[in-house]
Design a protein around this ligand. Structure first.
Ligand SMILES: *[C@@H]1O[C@H](CO)[C@@H](O)[C@H](O)[C@H]1NC(C)=O
Ligand SMILES: *[C@@H]1O[C@H](CO)[C@@H](O)[C@H](O)[C@H]1NC(C)=O
Ligand SMILES: *[C@@H]1O[C@H](CO)[C@@H](O)[C@H](O)[C@H]1NC(C)=O
Ligand SMILES: *[C@@H]1O[C@H](CO)[C@@H](O)[C@H](O)[C@H]1NC(C)=O
Length: 138
């Protein structure tokens, strides 16, 4: 998606728009498209010339299995409050989750609405289908 936006931007305004800005503007526009608020995006981010999935990203992003204390700590380390963490985590109410990411909770815990749990189990059995998606697990 970002590559496609970048290709179109290059045609109109070559070597100017940066992918980092496109990500920020696309995030704002996605929220507007879903009926949320709008805001002015401050432009001028620079793109990184290298990628750092393991040294940077994966060590800073909390795992999908992290508990609340761990998540609050990860955001506190970035100077976000717990309330801001909740707001940012709300992004996960959009999109889909892989079965492998919620299976353990789905089959091990009893504090999930039983009809809801049953509907999720239809597409996420206790083994296999790791990549099956659910748009309803939030
Ligand atoms: C958090 O705030 C402190 C104090 O203003 C600052 O020194 C630090 O660099 C900030 N950390 C991040 C990740 O922005
Ligand atoms: C239930 O939890 C245990 C312990 O974390 C785990 O080994 C097991 O795989 C979980 N069950 C499922 C179906 O994921
Ligand atoms: C994965 O989803 C398909 C339907 O898309 C379903 O037929 C299959 O049983 C699912 N696999 C598991 C392990 O739940
Ligand atoms: C079941 O999983 C398949 C494969 O990921 C996905 O296409 C489909 O939308 C899922 N169905 C439901 C009801 O979540």
């Amino acid at each position: 998606m970002i590559d496609s936006i970048k290709a179109q931007l290059e045609l109109v305004c070559p070597r100017t728009g940066l992918c980092a800005d496109i990500v920020a503007v696309a995030a704002r526009d996605s929220i507007v498209a879903l009926g949320g608020p709008s805001w002015n995006v401050q432009l001028g981010r620079k793109d990184s010339t290298t990628a750092s999935q393991f040294k940077c990203c994966n060590t800073n992003l909390p795992s999908p299995f992290a508990d609340l204390t761990t998540i609050i700590t990860a955001f506190t380390n970035k100077n976000f409050t717990a309330q801001e963490m909740v707001t940012l985590s709300g992004a996960h109410t959009i999109g889909k989750a892989r079965c492998s990411l919620f299976r353990s909770r789905l089959y091990n815990e009893s504090n999930i609405d039983s009809a809801y749990a049953a509907s999720l189990k239809k597409n996420c059995s206790s083994v296999g289908g790791d990549d099956n998606l659910s748009s309803r697990w939030h």
